[in-house]
Design a protein around this ligand. Structure first.
Ligand code: NAG
Ligand code: NAG
Ligand code: NAG
Length: 456
């Protein structure tokens, strides 16, 4: 009951810190939060956990050592989202393996992984699977210019990070616009594999940020080993979105989510934590294809319900349409962008065109993208696709296989301008033949002169 009272007093306080959005997740409400110890965590992360509950989640806070915690039973997910706030735990739940977590993400579960300087090998191995490599044991993120200023002497391990990647799908406009934001971060750095298109750094170090041992942090080490992470290559928070559109956030700091840093002076941790948890748990930037269709442009466009043809003739003009919606703030909205492209491919892309958008008349939550497309003058089996992948947004990959047939013999135009030399050639041939015949028929040999005397 003492806990209830505490949560009550924090409720008023937290609503001042965290923007109160009541977005619900698209994919489900069950959240598992794994922490070192339940009682302590309810105090330490009360603002964060409380904001999850107010957003409509069914939050289960469990000790990492609780051996009855499993992610799946009989192949079904028991939770829709997992937040790992127990970085030091060597084993999680019922001896869950790295593969269990990968299966969880493969089946559409989302994860929020928070690390700290005391990160276990298990969670390092988990992160490596997603292209995130946490720095060596015993290191921490240090910044001697940007740190949380407290009265007690500090060794500058609570850095004030501010270098956010411009990913509007994840970060809300006020946070991106705020020039003086300070996101307090105490924990471990990671390097992110920039070759992986599914992974994007969200918060990185500034020029004075580096990763090193806090024990030797009194003086900035004189540019020691080159393998040391620093600056922009030093990842603090990274976001990953799988091909199945499951989302994983890696944050090098559990303290990022703590009440202490959310309530620190000038802290932007509250809005930042809300943004990344809303993104991770599919409360925003969820893109969806409602329908798509194509038909001959000359066919009556009003009869849109008519079935799609499975073949066209070469160089037909077709009309292609796709309807897109995006989810945020508890509702589906029309998705408006200028970079949705249509492709027709047969091994190589033959066409790539940007579609125009119009507001759909049927529903105000749908934007319809439309294009009148002249098919290539080439027959074969083509794939019509809209493959739309943007950082932070769910990816869309719509494909139709359509045959393009050559024209039938009676479908060609009567005269082809390109063929005029041939027409001319055949007429010249006919004319020549007639001239030859005429010459042969009427060109009689001159009659021989009657030089012989008449015989009688
Ligand atoms: C362990 O987890 C189960 C559910 O997964 C829960 O019912 C139980 O209370 C937990 N035990 C402890 C000690 O927290
Ligand atoms: C320096 O940071 C480490 C790790 O965060 C901490 O354990 C230690 O107490 C700090 N030392 C001082 C002098 O603040
Ligand atoms: C989009 O609209 C412009 C201007 O109306 C037009 O020129 C273009 O062909 C359209 N794009 C497609 C793919 O239909």
């Amino acid at each position: 009951m003492r806990l209830g009272a505490l949560l009550g007093t924090l409720l008023a306080f937290s609503s001042a810190c965290l923007p109160s959005t009541f977005a619900r997740s698209v994919t489900g409400d069950r959240v598992l939060v794994l922490v070192p110890a339940v009682e302590a965590a309810l105090h330490e992360y009360s603002v964060f956990l409380d904001s999850l509950e107010r957003r409509g989640f069914d939050v289960s806070v469990r000790a990492a050592a609780n051996s009855s915690v499993v992610l799946h039973t009989d192949g079904d997910r028991l939770y829709d989202h997992v937040a790992l706030l127990a970085p030091a735990a060597k084993r999680l739940g019922a001896a869950l393996s790295v593969q269990d977590f990968i299966d969880f993400v493969d089946t559409g579960g989302n994860m929020l992984v928070a690390a700290s300087a005391a990160l276990s090998d298990f969670q390092r191995r988990l992160a490596v699977q997603f292209g995130v490599e946490f720095d060596k044991r015993g290191t921490a993120v240090i910044d001697h210019s940007h740190y949380l200023r407290t009265k007690a002497p500090s060794n500058h391990t609570i850095v004030a990070a501010s270098r956010l990647s411009n990913i509007p799908a994840v970060l809300s406009p006020p946070l991106l616009a705020d020039e003086h934001r300070a996101i307090y971060f105490e924990g471990i750095a990671h390097s992110y594999d920039s070759q992986i298109p599914l992974l994007a750094p969200l918060l990185t170090g500034s020029r004075s940020t580096y990763s090193g041992s806090p024990a030797t942090a009194e003086r900035p080490s004189s540019k020691s080993t080159q393998e040391q992470l620093s600056g922009r290559s030093l990842g603090l928070v990274s976001v990953f979105q799988s091909r199945s559109n499951a989302r994983v956030v890696f944050a090098g700091s559990t303290a990022l989510f703590s009440d202490a840093l959310i309530s620190a002076e000038h802290s932007a941790n509250g809005p930042f934590v809300t943004d990344i948890s809303q993104w991770a748990f599919q409360e925003k930037a969820v893109l969806r294809e409602i329908a798509h269709r194509h038909h001959l442009a000359s066919a009556a466009s009003s009869s849109s319900s008519s079935e799609q043809p499975d073949h066209y003739r070469v160089a037909n003009v077709i009309s292609y349409e796709i309807d897109l919606s995006v989810y945020h703030d508890d509702k589906w909205h029309p998705y408006i962008a200028d970079d949705v492209q249509f492709e027709a491919t047969m091994l190589d892309p033959y066409l790539r065109l940007t579609l125009n958008h119009t507001q759909s008349a049927d529903s105000d939550a749908v934007a319809t993208y439309h294009g009148d497309i002249k098919l290539p003058d080439r027959y074969g089996t083509f794939t019509f696709s809209v493959n739309y992948k943007r950082t932070g947004l769910s990816s869309i990959d719509v494909q139709d296989t359509v045959a393009i047939w050559p024209l039938r013999h009676d479908e060609y135009p009567r005269f082809l301008s390109a063929a005029y030399p041939y027409y001319a050639g055949s007429f010249v041939m006919v004319a020549g033949f007639l001239a030859l015949c005429a010459a042969w028929l009427w060109n009689t040999e001159p009659a021989p002169k009657s030089s012989k005397p008449k015989s009688s």
